[in-house]
Each structure stands twice: as C-alpha cells, then as structure tokens.
Design a protein around this ligand. Structure first.
Ligand code: MG
Length: 154
C-alpha cells in the first residue's frame, strides 16, 4: 500500500470558464491557467504521482509546453494513471479531496465530479470523496484543492 498527497491552486477571474473535477461549472469566473485550470484534477494527478514517488505534474506536463495549452485536465489525469501503471500501480483503493472555492456553490455538481473521476481512476463512485468548502472570504480570487490517495503498488 502507498499513500500520496497533492495540492493545487489557481487564480480565478471574470470571463474564464471554470472546470472542477472534470465538470464545467456555470460561473462568472474561471481559472487563469495554461491548461483548463482544474485544480481538483491537478491535485489528484499530484497525489497519484506522489504515491508512486514519480515527482509532480509539472515534470510531465510543463506549463511552458504548447502541447498542453488549454488541454483538458481529464486527459492529464488519464496520462498520469498510465505513468503510474507503468511504474507499478496495481489499483487505486480510494481518493479523498477538498475543494476550496468561495463561489459558485459546488454541491449541485459533486455527484457528477465523483462519477467523472471514478471512471478515469477505474474505481467505484463510493471510493471518491469530494468535500467543498470556502475560504470564508479570505481568498475570493482563488480556487484550490487538496487530494490524498491510497493505492496498491507492485
Ligand atoms: Mg494546476
């Protein structure tokens, strides 16, 4: 068994699209990012890589590369799982996450996020935890996320 942790943060501003957990959330503001800026999926990518001691997301998908400009983070997570599998990942036991975002309210979208993430990680929906919280107004221009993952590794 191996454990991994991940964290990500992006600034958000008006006029951009907001993606969290692979789901587009109707919002006046979205992430400023090289990719689609999905902090939840980026945190999960880092947790998967961390559990396999493979380094971080920037090592594999640099934000200086045109190849990853505006890329869907779901694609990055899929590629991350391939990298982890090549390094001995046998199966993912569960993932637990926290998303911090002042608005919009994320509760209506959490089930769809769980379903999307469970499909990519090839685990049941019941093995995906997502908690949404706010910064209590201390970081209104930011979306961030934490993720921990437990895996079985060869
Ligand atoms: Mg990121």
């Amino acid at each position: 068994m191996r454990i991994g942790i991940g964290y990500d943060l992006h600034k958000i501003e008006e006029g951009r699209r907001l993606f969290l957990g692979g789901v587009e959330i109707p919002s006046e503001r979205g992430a400023i990012a090289h990719s689609d800026g999905d902090v939840l999926l980026h945190a999960i990518c880092d947790a998967v890589l961390g559990a396999c001691a493979l380094g971080d997301i920037g090592k594999y998908f640099p934000d200086t590369s045109e190849k990853y400009k505006d890329i869907k983070s779901l694609k990055l997570l899929k590629e991350t799982v391939v990298l982890a599998t090549e390094s001995g990942l046998k199966k993912i036991i569960n993932v637990d996450t926290v998303v911090v975002c002042d608005e919009p309210k994320l509760a209506p979208y959490i089930e769809e996020m769980k379903k999307t993430i469970s499909e990519v990680l090839e685990i049941s929906i019941g093995a995906v935890g997502i908690k949404a919280t706010t910064s209590e107004g201390t970081a209104p221009g930011v979306a961030s996320s934490y993720a921990v993952i437990l895996i079985e590794k060869a």
